[in-house]
Design a protein around this ligand. Structure first.
Ligand code: GTP
Ligand code: MG
Length: 245
C-alpha cells in the first residue's frame, strides 16, 4: 500500500473535539508503552510522526494523522498506567474508551499486546470489553524482535486460549515489530482491504441525538484538591485496579 503523505492533523482531549467524520479511521489502543505510537510511525513510514517515549503514559490525547488525505491513523492514550494528576489520566482514558465506542467512522481498532508477556488480566479485560460492545478489532502482538520465536508463539497461544471461549470465531491476530518492520505489510493489508471496500460505517448520527446514559465506571472517581489525606487514601484504594472502560 502506497502512502503518498502522512501528516499530523490534530490532538483531541475528548470525543467532542475530534475532527470531522469524513474519513475512515484506524486506531491503536493497548497498555501504556506497548508500542502504539511506534507502530503508527512504522505503518505511516515516517519516523517521529507520533511521539514515542520509553516513559509509560506518554500519549495523553487522541492524536489524528492523515494518510494520503484518504484515511487516518489515530494514536490513543494507553491504559494501565496512572501517574501525577489522576484526574487527567482518568479523563483521557475515558476519552479513549468513548472514542472507540462512539466514533462512527472508526473502522477497526488495533488492540496491541506485548508479545513478551504472558496474558495480562488488564488486556484480557479489554478484549472482553471490545467483544461485549461488538466493536470491530484485530489483535496485534508487538515487539516480536525482543523475544525468541518460541516465547512469542507461547505467549500468543496462551492469550488465544484465554479468549477462545468468548468468540465464535477468534479475532484476527497479527505480529509486529517496529524495530524491524515485521508485520507492516500485513497490517497495511488489513487497512487497505477496508479502505478499498468503501465506507464500512453508517452515516454518522446527528449531533442532537442524545447518547445513552453511561454506567459510572470506577475510573471516573477523581481526586480533588482540598480533600483530607484520609479521603484521598480511600479514593486511591477505590481507584486501584480501576479500568478505563
Ligand atoms: N524493541 C522494540 N521496542 C519497541 C517497539 N515498539 C516500541 N518500542 C519501544 O517501546 C517504548 C514505548 O513505545 P511507544 O510507541 O511510545 O509506546 P506507546 O504504546 O505509544 O506508549 P504510551 O504513549 O505511553 O501509551 C519506546 O521506548 C519504543 O522505542 C518494538 O517493536 N521493538
Ligand atoms: Mg504513545
Amino acid at each position: 500500500m502506497n502512502i503518498p503523505s502522512a501528516i499530523f492533523v490534530c490532538s483531541a482531549p475528548d470525543l467532542s473535539a475530534c475532527p470531522d467524520e469524513s474519513l475512515p479511521e484506524f486506531a491503536f489502543i493497548g497498555r501504556s508503552n506497548v508500542g502504539k505510537s511506534s507502530l503508527l510511525n512504522t505503518l505511516a513510514g515516517v519516523e517521529r510522526l507520533a511521539r514515542v517515549s520509553p516513559t509509560p503514559g506518554f500519549t495523553k490525547l487522541i492524536n489524528f494523522f492523515s494518510m494520503g488525505k484518504t484515511w487516518r491513523l489515530v494514536d490513543l492514550p494507553g491504559y494501565g498506567y496512572a501517574e501525577g494528576s489522576r484526574k487527567h489520566v482518568s479523563q483521557f482514558n475515558h476519552a479513549a474508551a468513548q472514542y472507540i465506542k462512539r466514533r462512527p467512522n472508526l473502522c477497526c481498532t488495533f488492540l496491541l499486546i506485548d508479545s513478551g508477556l504472558e496474558p495480562q488480566p488488564i488486556d484480557l479485560e479489554f478484549v472482553q470489553w471490545l467483544a461485549s460492545n461488538a466493536l470491530p478489532f484485530v489483535i496485534v502482538f508487538t515487539k516480536t524482535d525482543r523475544g525468541t520465536a518460541e516465547s512469542v508463539a507461547a505467549n500468543i497461544a496462551a492469550f488465544k486460549k484465554e479468549i477462545a471461549g468468548w468468540f465464535e470465531q477468534l479475532p484476527e491476530i497479527y505480529q509486529c515489530s517496529s524495530a524491524t518492520g515485521h508485520g507492516r505489510t500485513e497490517l497495511l493489508g488489513v487497512i487497505s482491504k477496508i479502505v478499498d471496500a468503501g465506507p464500512a460505517v453508517e452515516a454518522p448520527a446527528p449531533a442532537s441525538v442524545p447518547l445513552p446514559p453511561e454506567i459510572e465506571p470506577p475510573f471516573r472517581i477523581q481526586v480533588r484538591a482540598g480533600k483530607t489525606e484520609e479521603k484521598i487514601e480511600r479514593t486511591k484504594k477505590q481507584l486501584k485496579g480501576a479500568r478505563p472502560w
